[in-house]
Design a protein around this ligand. Structure first.
Ligand SMILES: [Fe+2]
Ligand SMILES: [Fe+2]
Length: 331
């Protein structure tokens, strides 16, 4: 299986060895990072599968898999070799574990979501024993005892290197560095000029929208975080609207459908639910007033009806929102 996929993607022997060393190192330190060694090994073994593909092939794989390159990525397709690799591995059925695919997608630029597995891959990729730089040893040492510090060090080394060489630094990498440095860094915190507290209304709404056959409406996220993942339609409340109005607006913007009489389900407020801001979500449910053509827009690059028996894995804590809905309302 390994050999075949490496052949399909034309991976050079030197790169195969880099991936094997990355995988072995990840499996070794995985328990300290609270990650299953098998999962860690798989992420390491396949992470650079698309690294040697021609630029146009990388872009094609991304688009086929639902990732929409940003303009600065179109100009530098190699930045997307993680995303392209994940798309290829998924398409060929080589990797089905969504968390492994997510980590492979993120390993080049540290784009969100940087799960513990994604962080370990980011560190191991730069620090595996075959890497010919002195800092590799430091990264291995940190990875064996202090995961947080190892991840921060890997980001700072990459940024320092790119800066010194005068190379482009992906916005996701800078933002990952700032978040790792201080989860409430200036970039993330947007202070109100009057009271010094949050400027945005840090509340989102999420909508569970059903049709007459009892299917549920999901969108595929076209932007980070969780770009490419399926999710409930929803988003930030605007100033001057109620939560009920916001959920109707978000469903309309992202799918083109009208949500009829949204009913409140629950508040979702666990601090880690959206990776960084701790945004509070107000979840609503209701039916679509019409079931005409779906027109994905705004944050959504796709929208579809799913039956409850065949749901994909969902972004954020949307799986939890749906479970509560099933428990309280649908069953
Ligand atoms: Fe890579
Ligand atoms: Fe690599």
């Amino acid at each position: 299986m390994e050999k075949k996929i490496f052949e399909i993607a034309g991976v050079e022997p030197g790169r195969v060895r880099h991936m094997e060393r990355t995988a072995a190192f990840m499996a070794e330190v995985a328990p300290l990072w609270n990650i299953s060694p098998a999962r860690a090994y798989q992420a390491g073994l396949y992470h650079d599968i698309a690294r040697g593909l021609p630029p146009e092939e990388i872009l094609r794989l991304c688009r086929e898999g639902g990732t929409h390159p940003e303009p600065w990525e179109e100009e530098r397709p190699l930045l997307l070799h993680g995303e392209a690799g994940a798309c290829l591995l998924k398409r060929e059925g080589i990797v089905t574990d969504e968390e492994v695919l997510t980590a492979i997608s993120s390993h080049v630029t540290a784009r969100p979501p940087m799960t513990p597995l994604a962080r370990l891959l980011y560190v191991a990729d730069k620090g595996e024993p075959g890497r010919k730089w002195e800092e590799g040893r430091l990264l291995r040492k940190l990875a064996r005892k202090a995961p947080r510090e190892a991840y921060f060090k890997a980001l700072s080394l990459v940024i320092a290197f790119l800066g010194k060489e005068g190379l482009f630094i992906h916005p996701a990498t800078l933002s990952a560095y700032n978040r790792a440095l201080d989860p409430l860094s200036e970039e993330i915190r947007q202070d109100c000029p009057y009271c010094g507290r949050w400027k945005n209304r840090p509340a989102v709404v999420d909508g569970i929208v059903l049709n007459s056959q009892g299917k549920i409406l999901l969108i595929r996220r076209g932007r980070d975080p969780f770009r490419g993942s399926w999710a409930l339609p929803g988003g930030f409340m605007d100033w001057g609207e109620t939560a009920g109005e916001a959920v109707v607006r978000e469903v309309r913007e992202e799918t083109g459908l009208e949500l009829k009489d949204p009913r409140f389900l629950a508040v979702f407020d666990s601090p880690g639910r959206d990776l960084e801001r701790g945004t509070v979500s107000l979840a609503y449910y209701g039916t679509a007033a019409d079931e005409g053509d779906l027109r994905p827009g705004d944050d959504a690059c796709d929208s579809r009806w799913f039956s409850f028996s065949a749901l994909p894995s969902l972004a954020f804590d949307h799986g939890k929102i749906l479970s509560l809905f099933m428990e309280r309302v649908r069953l």
